[in-house]
Write a protein that binds this ligand. Structure first.
Ligand code: GDP
Ligand code: IMO
Ligand code: MG
Length: 421
């Protein structure tokens, strides 16, 4: 069986921490989409580690970690990440498996990302500029290079053909950047990548599943950044939802078991695009400060606001969430009152559906409020310790979405997690 864990908002819901917590119950952790735009934070004892391309099960020695075909890999940042993790004593050569079908991010993909954003001006996506969009464009445009191609004798030739194509595009866009000095690093990183296990992950993973091995698929980004269902065009370039694991790993839907969907107890977004419940006042600033809401990959301040149950219910529907996980609940301690958006008002009409065009339409969120729970949630260890007002808050989420909350995260540590009975 394959369980999946993914974000239900605009990313950064705390996926890294929860995968790290659940990992001992699994044999294999597999990333199925996204790339180094992701930043998944976890703590190894007291040391903070941010993972970008490598799955978050990597600190559990008995597990195998898989990078699926749906992921895009930047050899340069991948090499730096491997070196950091190997420096912490992890044997990646024997525990990391990379799909031969995963696509490669070239230095010119990153230049194209910057050129595209510049060309969009004030309409820019707010991309992490890691080359994600251009690499997926080359994948669907049938021009991309894959990990398996690195092992072929004509790789350099194919690299040069694609690079030249990119350079002429960049010229047309009047974007100038000397990438020649990046190429030595790129080719050195390609050699380093070849040292890891490169496999037909589709066959290998299906074989593991048929032998009864338990797999946890780890999503990156979040449902509202999904290329089809997110706040398009302010999205990433992959399918971040449950369906993405089938195409991103080569696994048939019949193998999908539990769907763990993660949401913060409030909401954040980094980069541009619609965010109906955004708080542009002191409350938003307080959430950013208390939640330490600065991007794990780019360091940018995250936009903050109240939890959006309309968007959350939509995300639960798209993903078939079986178990909800609420993170960063502790950040809301001391807030005098806590908002939950239960509908939008658009052109004088009330709706509980996430609209098609939220960018050009004024969407006014309608809120219910819960009053402060005069207790530090980080002091709670069991379900029974949770204060009454907090229980009202989570019951509200459960009844609106129709999904049970299985875990509540109340701190950054691996074990700061309350299991709900
Ligand atoms: P991911 O991309 O979904 O893995 O999330 P990030 O790592 O980008 O961002 C989540 C941030 O919240 C990280 O800094 C985590 O250490 C932190 N975090 C996770 N869970 C909790 C929690 O329950 N409480 C608090 N205060 N911080 C948390
Ligand atoms: P994790 O896995 C939060 C956002 C970017 C931008 C948009 C497109 O850590 O939750 P891209 O680089 O994909 O072209 O950016 O998506 N974005 C994320 N926001 N967490 C992430 O990953 C993100 N990955 C991309 O900020 O708005
Ligand atoms: Mg993140």
């Amino acid at each position: 069986m394959v369980d999946v864990l993914l974000g239900l908002q605009w990313g950064d819901e705390g996926k890294g921490k929860i995968v790290d917590f659940l990992a001992p119950e699994y044999d294999i952790i597999a990333r199925f989409q996204g790339g180094p735009n992701a930043g998944h934070t976890l703590y190894l004892n007291d040391k903070k580690v941010v993972l970008h391309t490598i799955p978050s099960g990597v600190f559990h020695p008995k597990l195998l970690n898989v990078i699926g075909n749906g992921v895009v890999i930047d050899p340069v940042s991948f090499k730096a990440e491997c070196e950091e993790i190997e420096g912490l004593g992890v044997q990646l050569a024997s525990t990391l498996i990379i799909s031969e079908k995963a696509h490669i991010i070239l230095p010119t993909h990153k230049a194209l990302d910057k050129a595209n954003e510049l060309a969009k001006g004030s309409n820019k996506i707010g991309s992490t500029l890691k080359g994600i969009g251009p690499t997926y464009m080359d994948k669907t445009g049938r021009n991309g290079l894959r990990v398996g191609d690195l092992l072929q004798s004509d790789f350099t030739e194919r690299y040069n053909t694609l690079k030249d194509k990119h350079l002429s595009l960049l010229k047309q866009m009047h974007y100038e950047e000397d990438i020649s000095h990046l190429e030595a690093d790129f080719f050195a990183a390609v050699e380093a990548l070849k040292k890891y296990k490169i496999l037909a992950v589709d066959y290998w993973l299906n074989e593991q599943i048929s032998q009864g091995k338990k797999v946890l698929a780890e999503g990156a980004q979040g449902t509202m950044l999904d290329i089809d269902f997110g706040t398009y065009p302010f999205v990433t370039s992959s399918n971040t939802i449950t369906a993405g694991l089938c195409t991103g790993l080569g696994i048939a839907p019949k193998w999908v078991g539990k769907v763990f969907g993660i949401s913060k107890a409030y909401c954040t977004r980094v980069g541009s695009g619609p965010f109906p419940t955004e708080l542009l006042d002191e409350t938003g600033d307080l959430l950013r400060k208390k939640g330490n809401e600065f991007g794990s990959t780019t360091g940018r301040p995250r936009r903050c606001g109240w939890i959006d149950l309309v968007a959350l219910k939509y995300a639960c529907m798209l993903n078939g969430v079986t178990d909800l996980i609420i993170t960063k609940a502790d950040v809301l301690d001391e807030m005098p009152q806590i908002g939950l958006c239960t509908s939008y008002q658009i052109d004088g009409n009330t709706t509980t559906q996430f609209p098609f065009d939220i960018h050009h339409t004024e969407t006014i969120p309608q809120y219910d409020y819960v009053t402060q729970w005069e207790k530090n949630l980080s002091d709670c260890v069991a379900d029974g310790d949770l204060p009454e007002n907090f229980n009202t808050f989570i019951k509200h989420i459960e009844s609106f979405t129709g999904v049970k909350i299985s875990f509540i995260s109340n701190g950054v540590g691996r074990n700061q997690l309350i299991v709900r009975k």
